[in-house]
Design a binder for this molecule. Structure first.
Ligand SMILES: *Cc1c(COP(=O)(O)O)cnc(C)c1O
Length: 464
């Protein structure tokens, strides 16, 4: 399997190079040169496999430069610290199915991809004798999942900046109580935007970047998308076994990473297995406007909501879908991305019919989100976090009656206890992973929002 760029500007490369490159050198995103397909016979052979075995089969379709035995060990290791034996269990909740993606170490779905990515990084670095320093800014969720993905890994140091006092206390503690010597938390006196601007500026210093082998861990890494393809196929197999031929998925969406994995899964499986993907957004609705009328344009500023991991302006993985929308024509993607960079807007109305084959979409308001948490709890005795509630609300509104819908639950409700309390009027019980955080030792460097100072700190503590 070889990989190309959405902008058509690189020679095909292998999986390991894709993982280490992150963003393609021409500024595009990396994708398989051709998508494989899974026929009914193969699917039939796979449908009773435990999660890890299925993951190995799906990954093997896309990875041919890591020996199968090694890939098997990487997968096994990545899901060994999940708290549910099925990794992503599916349950019936009222009229919908919920697939729980939050049984990893930080209780959010990003663990599923970042646990694997951390192990693949370590594996590749070990075989090349190399090292890397990961640096990133977080407003909450991604930072802790990234830290848990690489804690204790050889050849990797990680520096995560967060705005001091501006994440939820639990989110900050999830990061700062990780005491492995390769983990460096930096609390910046400023906002998330200040932290992100510092990281951007550091990456902009190419000499510094090359010298320290700086790496990013954001959602544009193909390995993250690939890890997420697995649970769509797993979820489909679960319902297929109970007699359904065709399902819909509802996906609470921010950067289009998760739902793009669903799009890939839909293309891999025989026609009709996945009928439609329900793209659920909160009040930050650029993607709902795109699906509804082809208007892909930024709205000016981000609206803060109770589902902060979906509070986005532009969706960093959207370019991957655009590549398929444009019939795999990199030149057209390139032209569109230039237009978007200049004007903040793309008019994709002419593609609406094509989009409608795969997607329907709805934006869910704050009020609806809270009401959905309350209603599902009262009716079905099941507690949703606000992100998952956005997906369930969209599913209840848009699902057809001909087939079941699987709603992705992307975070444990205790992670967003304030919003859940608003809905049900009481505190959410903390699971063991969060219960004693406050009593644990923590380590964090508090610094001014000053590039020079952060850079100096990174340099002092980086692998070299
Ligand atoms: C990141 C995240 C999302 C959004 O996923 P995308 O891949 O960015 O669309 C949804 N819910 C939670 C809890 C998340 O952390």
């Amino acid at each position: 399997m070889r990989y190309i760029s959405t902008r058509g500007g690189i020679e095909p490369i292998g999986f390991k190079e894709v993982v280490m490159m992150g963003l393609a050198r021409d500024g595009g995103l990396l994708l398989p040169q051709t998508l494989p397909s899974i026929d009914r016979a193969k699917l039939n052979a796979w449908r009773n496999l435990p999660y890890q075995y299925l993951a190995l089969e799906v990954l093997s379709l896309f990875v041919d430069d890591i020996p199968r035995l090694d890939l098997d060990a990487l997968v096994e290791q990545s899901y060994s610290n999940f708290s549910h034996p099925q990794i992503t269990p599916v349950r019936k909740v009222g009229d919908v199915y919920v697939m729980e993606l939050f049984h990893g170490p930080t209780l959010a779905f990003k663990d599923i991809a970042l646990q694997l990515l951390g192990n693949i990084f370590e594996y590749i670095l070990a075989s090349s004798g190399g090292f890397m320093n990961i640096i990133g800014a977080t407003s909450g969720d991604t930072g802790s999942a990234a830290i848990y993905g690489v804690r204790g890994k050889k050849g990797i140091n990680i520096f995560i900046l967060h705005p001091d006092g501006r994440t939820s206390p639990i989110q900050a503690l999830q990061m700062t109580t990780v005491l492995d010597p390769n983990v460096f938390n930096i609390a910046v006196r400023g906002t998330f935007d200040d932290a992100q601007a510092i990281v951007k500026e550091i990456f902009g210093d190419l000499e510094f970047k090359d010298k320290l082998h700086l790496g990013a861990i954001n959602s544009i890494n193909w390995a993250r998308v690939l890890a997420q393809v697995v649970y769509y196929i797993y979820g489909y197999c679960k319902l297929w076994k109970t007699g359904f031929q065709s399902v819909d998925f509802s996906v609470p969406t921010g950067n289009f990473g998760d739902i793009f994995a669903g799009f890939v899964a839909k293309r891999l499986l025989p026609d009709g297995c996945i009928n439609r993907l329900i793209l659920a957004t909160n009040e930050n609705d650029i993607l709902t406007r795109f699906v509804g009328n082809g208007d892909y344009s930024t709205a000016g500023s981000v609206t803060p909501t109770s589902s902060p991991s979906m509070d986005i302006q532009i969706a960093s993985n959207f370019e991957r879908y655009l590549y398929y929308l444009h019939g795999e024509d990199g030149a057209r993607v390139n032209a569109d991305m230039e237009t978007f960079a200049e004007t903040g807007r793309l008019d994709l109305a002419e593609y609406q019919q094509k989009v409608a084959v795969d997607f329907v979409s709805r934006s869910v308001s704050e009020q609806e989100t809270i009401t959905t948490i309350a209603e599902v709890y009262a009716r079905d005795n099941y507690l949703l976090d606000p992100h998952s509630a956005v997906g369930v609300k969209a599913a209840l509104e848009l699902a057809d009656k001909e087939r079941p819908v699987i709603c992705l639950a992307t975070a444990h409700p205790a992670k967003f206890g304030d919003a859940v309390k608003k809905a049900i009027g009481r505190d959410v019980e903390l699971p063991p992973a969060l219960a004693d955080l406050e009593n644990r030792e923590s380590r964090c460097e508090i610094m001014d929002a000053d590039v020079g100072k952060v850079k100096k700190y990174v340099q002092q503590h980086a692998l070299a």
